[in-house]
Design a protein around this ligand. Structure first.
Ligand SMILES: [Zn+2]
Length: 188
């Protein structure tokens, strides 16, 4: 079957325009550093410090564009060392998750919820979904091969939209666990 590009998402933050302005100043706009694989999504030049009960994590990059809710995506290793609980959730599903403090050059934001470890997922177009024989929200397994750390990831959510491009996203803990594999194959 067709192989899927596997990309590693490093820790990052999504912010609302309101929180961006508290962190960086009135009227501030994110500046573009590099495009991501998903159309319209980009890494910005802006960085914040994520503050947990035990430790601060400096230089966490903000991904754009701004969103309707501020969200912090950490690996479970990050979360443990910072002293923040991170539930495994799909992006955007933040009800009942932990909060933390974000510090920018102009101010601080205390978020009540929004810290997650992103549930591993595959972005795909409707045409891709048809080719793989899967539907939006379907959970599949993905086999990845690397030199010495090949494995099968279970609990991978398929996310289907014509706004997406085909790519699987894992975090840095997952990337390390599979030896940095860069492509995978769906197993149903
Ligand atoms: Zn993603």
């Amino acid at each position: 079957m067709k192989k899927i590009l596997v990309e590693t998402s490093a820790r990052h933050v999504h912010v609302t325009q309101e929180d961006l302005e508290i962190l960086f100043g009135k009227g501030y706009q994110l500046t573009h550093k590099k495009d991501l694989s998903q159309p319209g999504q980009f890494a910005s030049n802006e960085r914040v410090t994520v503050v947990g009960a035990k430790k601060e994590i400096p230089n966490v990059s903000i991904l754009g564009p701004v969103r309707s809710a501020t969200q912090v995506e950490l690996s479970l290793t990050d979360a443990r060392s910072a002293g923040i609980q991170a539930l495994v959730r799909e992006s955007g599903d933040i009800a009942g998750t932990s909060g933390c403090k974000l510090v920018g050059p102009c101010g601080e934001v205390e978020i009540k919820e929004g810290v997650i470890a992103a549930k591993r997922h595959i972005h795909m177009t409707p045409a891709d979904a048809k080719e793989f024989g899967v539907e939006d929200k379907q959970v599949v397994s993905v086999k990845v091969e690397s030199n010495g750390r090949s494995l099968v990831f279970g609990d991978v959510v398929c996310r289907v939209s014509d706004q997406y491009a085909l790519a699987m996203h894992i975090d840095t803990d997952e990337a390390n666990a599979c030896g940095g594999a860069t492509e995978g194959e769906i197993i149903k």
